[in-house]
Every structure is written in structure tokens, then in C-alpha cells.
Design a protein around this ligand. Structure first.
Ligand SMILES: [Zn+2]
Ligand SMILES: [Zn+2]
Length: 273
């Protein structure tokens, strides 16, 4: 790898604010800005969850994608008053439940700079998925992750699209075994499709959170294997700390940048957004 191709700064496109139910109540978009410089984050993207209509399983997300975009624009207005060179993008995390339409309507996507597809919240919505699958069975979850990933690749929006935490079984039991058991051929199928459909692959925080074993660099060899398959298929990549509070943001980009370096991901491989 040539020295000038090594990535030293991040576009972190996966961050939540209080507009997501799981985001801390005191976290606004502007809350992140003072931390961006030391984190080497030159572009920050906000991707709050969208749940509306039939995807609002908990009955507490009553706003449409367009209404959410308007709320987020209000938050971003605050940043304009700040003295900062950080570039700010407005995205969203679109839920794709098994057996349901995506949580964002096609026309409403125009309100956003980009969309992150989120088809792998299986453990997060275990009660929903248990209606259809034995999600305690590792093989079942592996197959479901692959099926859901492919489905997400076929969703079309009129804005650039990325994949949140690709093929990662968030908040599932046996995360290690699930990730390790996804076959090389399934990975090749998934990432070939993603590359063909211009879906950017996320270098996600599950690389360094402790739900799979970490190596001496504090990175997950199991998840590095998943992402190296994406690299081999020619996918583009983006960074996603998936922060819901500052303690998830601070310190994370050093690890994401190290993961990129280990994977041989260079500036040319980064999503051009
Ligand atoms: Zn997510
Ligand atoms: Zn998220």
C-alpha cells in the first residue's frame, strides 16, 4: 500500500441523536461536533432510525421519513451557527424487517443525502422474528442474515445507499458462532451483489465491540474476515461508529482506521459521498 493511499481521516456516516429512541436524551447532532477534530472525523453523517407505519412495531415512532428529515434538519441548523469545518450529511437508517416493506418510502428518500439499509436487527426485535424463525438456531440466523442482506441490495432509492452493520447479528446470542459460520460462498454472493448495486459496505463498530473475540489490536478477526470478503468483491466502504452517545464516538475512529489499514482498504475504496 502506498503511503499516500492510507486513509487517515474518517467520514463517519452512522451516528444517532436523541431523535432515535435508543440515542441518549441529551445527544443532538451538534453535540458531536467538538469531538470530530480529535477523532479525525472530517465528515459526519447522522442516520437516525426510521420506523413508520407497519415497521413501527412498538407503536412509538409516529413520524414519517419526511417528518423525521425535517426534525433532523432543525438539529443540523444548530451546527451552522458553530465555528467548524466538519462537513455534515443527513442520512437515515432504514429498517428492513423480514416480510415487510422498508421503513422509508421511495419519494421521501430525496429528503436525505444518503440511506443506510438495516436488514439485520434480528436480536433487537427478537419477538417479531420469533414469529417466523427459530432464532436460537445459529444456522437459521446465518441464513436469515444472508437472505435479508440480499433483499436490502435490491431495494432502490433515488439517493446513494450503504449497508449498516453488514451481516452482523446485533444483540443475538452466539454472535461469534453466527459470524464465523457464514460461508465464504455466501459472503461472495452477498458482496458481489452489493458491489454490482452500488451499496457501500460499513466498517462498523462491531469490529471492536466485545461481542466477538478481539485480537491484540482490539479488532475482531471474525468480522475482519467478513469485510475482507467485501474487499475482494470490489465493494466501496464507509465508516460507521453507530454512536448513540459521546462515549461510543470518542476513541472509535482510531480502531476503524486501523481496521481499514489491516484490510488494505485505501482512499480509492471509500464511498464517494
Ligand atoms: Zn442498526
Ligand atoms: Zn444505528
Amino acid at each position: 500500500m502506498r503511503e499516500e493511499d492510507i486513509i487517515t481521516e474518517c467520514k463517519d456516516l452512522h451516528n444517532h441523536t436523541r431523535l432515535s429512541y435508543c440515542g441518549d436524551r441529551d445527544v443532538f447532532a451538534y453535540t458531536y461536533i467538538p469531538y470530530c477534530e480529535s477523532e479525525k472525523v472530517t465528515t459526519i453523517g447522522f442516520s437516525n432510525h426510521l420506523y413508520y407505519g407497519e415497521t413501527d412495531l412498538e407503536g412509538k415512532h409516529y413520524k414519517t421519513g419526511a417528518e423525521r428529515a425535517a426534525d433532523m434538519k432543525d438539529e443540523l441548523e444548530q451546527i451552522k451557527k458553530m465555528d467548524t469545518n466538519v462537513r455534515v450529511l443527513l442520512g437515515c437508517e432504514v429498517e428492513l424487517f423480514y416480510n415487510k416493506e422498508p421503513s422509508l418510502a421511495y419519494d421521501e428518500a430525496k429528503m436525505f443525502d444518503y440511506v443506510l439499509m438495516s436488514p439485520s436487527h434480528i436480536g433487537n426485535f427478537a419477538d417479531y422474528y420469533r414469529q417466523f424463525f427459530d432464532i436460537d438456531n445459529i444456522k437459521v440466523v446465518q441464513d436469515l442474515l444472508v437472505e435479508q442482506f440480499k433483499r436490502a441490495c435490491y431495494v432502490k432509492y433515488p439517493v446513494p445507499m450503504g449497508m449498516a452493520h453488514p451481516l452482523y447479528p446485533l444483540i443475538s446470542q452466539n454472535e461469534q458462532e453466527i459470524v464465523d459460520g457464514i460461508s465464504d460462498s455466501a459472503l461472495a454472493d452477498c458482496f458481489t451483489l452489493a458491489a454490482k448495486n452500488d451499496i457501500s459496505i460499513e466498517l462498523h463498530a462491531c469490529l471492536y465491540r466485545k461481542n466477538t473475540k478481539l485480537d491484540e489490536d482490539g479488532l475482531s478477526p471474525s468480522y475482519l474476515r467478513i469485510l475482507s470478503a467485501a474487499k475482494a468483491c470490489g465493494c466501496k466502504f464507509h465508516f460507521g461508529s453507530d454512536s448513540h452517545r459521546m462515549s461510543m464516538f470518542v476513541g472509535s475512529h482510531e480502531k476503524l482506521l486501523l481496521a481499514a489499514k489491516k484490510l488494505g482498504i485505501t482512499k480509492n475504496d471509500i464511498w464517494d459521498i
